[in-house]
Design a protein around this ligand. Structure first.
Ligand code: SF4
Ligand SMILES: [Zn+2]
Ligand SMILES: [Zn+2]
Length: 463
């Protein structure tokens, strides 16, 4: 099941076969689509489609191309439209300094004014921004994120650079990619798409425009959103199911539509790996970690009402043979539950499975002994988050428990060195883009001091 966050199915291009196109979307697994208003007429048409079809939602707004035609009645029409329960956002609005169909100052004025209306009506916005990075960001930062509880919105058909993406994320926005990520010449855009956290990612067709490969040259339609999602999965090293699940949960979180993720997920599949969620407790409180505020990984909600027993963890695994590896991970530190790891890992090994443990490396301090000999033969691979190149930076960024400060960093290093003796594969990881961390120096420490594999990742990219 997939969501197309941006369609123009009301457009003339679909006059001949609109119903067939909508039916084909359903047949191809499109669970929801959002028909976008660009002016008052298309906003009413969007609302009518939403009335007619349960799986179509609508937006209302005036596109930057059309703001020059705004008159005295426009805003009262918009208000009226936004009161409809299936009109879920205000948009598409923004700035287009590429085509320049409306004067720049008129575009700026009505971008601001429509954002004000969205805030007043408590609706997310759909942003169209083309060749107008500075102005878009300047205007958005006047309104967001002053109120962190306010609805943000979606940067639709994202075509900007890394800076625009990073700032949009900082302001609380979601990023939606269209068929352009599938085009041959958009390598830079794909690089940006790789860095968008899973909990901020969407796909869209923007049909009838921007048809993805392999249908390029033909009219675009919602059923083709699968090609864009497949490309996003491919470049992010995930399966299409991973991307679909993630986007469904994002849709739910932004608009309140669809299925909420089940909380208390004990085992969850990403790619061909099965992850086991033992605890939400941790002996650190990393500045980038959302384990307590938003414990969501790749569309799974990992909030635990209570910690599962070893038996429950074991029973949550359907069939070991379905997975390349079973990973003790979750949104907390698994070695806080060492006995559960040992008991379940033994069963996994007996059944012929492969075991990985993702840890913050505090295990020996937590358990007050060297636990690595006990994991020998049970764990095939261990991945330790080192995160920084100095002890001071570690305490600042990973914020270990007070009694662990001033020294836990060296204990983690000892843990990595010990791990090499007992575990066949060892890697150490860092989360990139953290203050006061020299990433090259981290890589040197990990490669040269320990001779183990180094992995740098952006937070919340791959679970
Ligand atoms: S060690 Fe992992 S679970 Fe613990 S706070 Fe840091 S990122 Fe979150
Ligand atoms: Zn647009
Ligand atoms: Zn559009």
């Amino acid at each position: 099941m997939i969501i197309d966050t941006h369609v123009h199915v009301d457009a003339d291009a679909f006059d001949e076969d609109r119903e067939t196109v909508i039916e084909r979307a359903r047949e191809n697994g499109v669970q929801y689509m959002v028909n976008i208003g660009c002016d008052i007429k298309s906003s009413y048409r969007s609302m009518e489609l939403a009335e007619q079809y349960d799986f179509i939602y609508a937006t209302a707004g005036i596109h930057p191309h059309d703001v020059k035609s705004i008159d005295d009645n426009t805003y009262s029409h918009l208000k009226q439209l936004l009161r409809h329960p299936k009109v879920i956002a205000l948009g598409e609005i923004g700035l287009d300094f590429f085509k320049n169909y409306s004067p720049h100052d008129v575009q700026r004025t009505h971008f601001r004014q429509q954002i004000k209306l969205a805030r007043e009506m408590d609706k997310p916005i759909i942003i169209h921004s083309r060749d107008a990075k500075e102005d878009t960001l300047a205007i958005l930062s006047e309104f967001y994120p002053k109120d962190p509880n306010a609805h943000s919105g979606i940067f639709h058909c994202f075509s900007g650079d890394q800076e625009l993406a990073d700032k949009a994320l900082e302001l609380g926005f979601y990023i939606s990619f269209s068929g352009s990520v599938t085009f041959k010449k958009t390598e830079e855009l794909r690089e940006v798409a790789k860095t968008i956290p899973a909990d901020r990612l969407f796909a869209e067709t923007d049909c009838p425009y921007l048809t993805p490969v392999p249908h390029r040259g033909k009219r675009n339609e919602p059923a083709y959103v699968n090609h864009t999602a497949e490309k996003l999965a491919e470049i992010r090293g995930l399966t299409i199911e991973d991307v679909q699940r993630t986007m469904s949960l994002n849709f739910f979180q932004l608009f309140g539509i669809g299925d909420n993720a089940k909380t208390g997920t004990v085992s969850y599949k990403i790619r061909n790996s099965l992850y086991l969620n033992l605890t939400q407790r941790c002996t650190a409180d990393c500045v980038f970690c959302t384990r307590l505020t938003k414990p969501v990984v790749q569309g799974y909600d990992l909030a635990l009402k209570r910690e599962p027993t070893a038996q429950e963890v074991w029973e949550s695994i359907d069939d070991i043979r379905n997975y390349e590896e079973i990973v003790f991970c979750g949104f907390g530190e698994p070695t806080l539950r060492l006995n559960v790891i040992k008991e379940v890992a033994q069963k996994i090994k007996n059944a012929g499975g492969r075991v990985r443990l993702n840890t913050n490396g505090h295990g020996n301090v937590i358990n007050k002994r060297n636990i690595l000999p006990e994991l020998s033969g049970l764990v095939d691979e261990i991945s330790v988050s080192l995160n920084t190149d100095t002890s001071e930076a570690y305490d600042e960024i990973c914020q270990p428990l007070p009694m662990f400060r001033n020294g836990i960093y060296d204990k983690i290093k000892e843990f990595i060195a010990e791990a090499k003796k007992y575990i066949p594969e060892v890697q150490a990881t860092i989360v990139t883009h953290q203050k006061n961390v020299d990433e090259t120096q981290c890589e040197n420490i990990i490669n040269e001091e320990f001779g183990v594999k180094y992995r740098a990742r952006r937070y919340n990219l791959v679970g």
